[in-house]
Design a protein around this ligand. Structure first.
Ligand code: KG4
Ligand code: ZN
Length: 351
């Protein structure tokens, strides 16, 4: 009998206690939720070490996870004020991400679930980002529009139910976070790029004439034209020996990169007759984008559900939140579940 099968007849609890584990990149994170209430959230980050190398070095990330995973889980369980034996399930990111890094969290979660005799739930990291909104507002229920903007994906989705969604539009090339990271590199800013661009943009004004981000039909968008425009602007100024304000470039890029996202999310809500827009992913931590979303939604009479900034970037609370969705759908994993470097978001249309 497979491990998942053992729980085929498990009586489900209304408010299960779920441990979430996340180790797909440079944060070792563990969190405990009871139903939709977050009880604890422990993060041990290797970002400072990675910053010395200008980006995430996979080998260093895996080793840092190995050092930190035990302490992160112990802390999350203790801060939740529960005992390991009280847990009803263990949810863990199985992809997408760095393979070695994922394997640390996944292997730990398998052993932990097996030792406790509770279901293991394998979570797609991106579904986790989308589920963060369920903790931000425990009254949130589908259907609603989700704006997803992370380092790997950028999309506007119609979240039809807890487990079914439709991709209305997505990026044709770079993800929003990638575009921020590339802009940061051109501007000579340190890793991680997104927060660095946001910080510098605060000192500038959006006066550099960059093309408005391409917004194709059907809610698609593209970042390549905007990226090239930033590179060309800086290089041309440098070649001519003309001074220019990096802060103004950062502010202009930030507006161009974010405005279309907010507008498209609101337009999708109108088209789908939804009253609510939720958002998730690292780029949603951007203060300018958050204000823009609030503004656009207020004007359109839409309710906006924004997770706190720390639950937009990688965290384990969101993995536990998606774990709850899977628990309620009885989607339990076998102990043979493996890590996946890439998990496609899916094709446009219903999933
Ligand atoms: O969602 P996330 O933490 O990881 C993925 O699942 O991809 O997103 C990371 C991305 C990076 O590209 C990072 O530069 C961007 O989110 N990001 C930001 C901000 N914080 C993180 N972009 C713009 N402004 C921010 N404050
Ligand atoms: Zn992420």
């Amino acid at each position: 009998m497979g491990y998942a099968e053992r729980f085929a007849g498990l009586p489900l609890k209304d408010e299960p206690l779920i441990l979430g584990i996340e180790s797909s990149c440079d944060e070792t994170a563990a969190a405990v939720i009871r139903g939709r209430r977050l009880l604890s959230d422990a993060v041990i980050s290797s970002a400072a070490v990675q910053a010395e190398y200008g980006g995430v070095v996979p080998e260093i990330a895996s080793r840092a996870h190995t050092d930190a995973i035990g302490a992160a889980v112990e802390r999350a369980v203790a801060e939740a004020g529960v005992a390991p034996a009280d847990l009803d399930a263990v949810a863990v990111t199985y992809g997408a991400g760095l393979l070695g890094a994922l394997l640390v969290g996944l292997s730990f979660a398998k052993s932990y679930a097996y030792a406790l005799g509770v279901p293991l739930i394998a979570v797609d990291h991106i579904r986790g980002h989308m589920a963060a909104a369920y903790l931000a507002d425990p009254s949130l229920e589908p259907p609603f529009i989700t704006l997803l903007a992370s380092g790997g994906h950028t999309a506007v989705l119609y979240t039809e139910s807890y487990t079914a969604f439709e991709i209305l539009g997505s990026t044709r090339d770079d993800a929003a976070g990638e575009a921020f990271d590339k802009a940061a590199r051109v501007l000579g800013l340190p890793y991680p790029g997104g927060p660095s661009v946001e910080k510098l943009a605060r000192e500038g004004t959006p006066c550099v004439p960059l093309p408005k981000m391409f917004a194709g039909a059907g809610y698609d968008f593209s970042y390549s034209g905007l990226k090239t425009a930033v590179v060309n602007y800086c290089h041309t100024k440098e070649q001519k020996g003309e001074p220019y304000s990096r802060a103004d470039v950062a502010a202009s890029f930030q507006c161009a990169a974010c405005d279309v996202l907010a507008e498209r999310a609101a337009a999708a809500a109108r088209a789908k007759n939804c009253r609510t827009v939720a958002a998730g992913g690292g780029v949603i931590a951007n203060g300018y984008l958050r204000r823009k979303l609030a503004d656009v939604c207020e004007k359109a009479g839409l309710r906006l559900v924004l997770p706190e900034k720390k639950y937009c970037t990688d965290n384990a609370a969101m993995i536990a939140a998606e774990g709850l969705v899977q628990y309620r759908a009885r989607r339990f994993a076998d102990l043979s579940v493996n890590a996946c470097a890439h998990i496609p978001l899916g094709k446009k249309g219903k999933q």
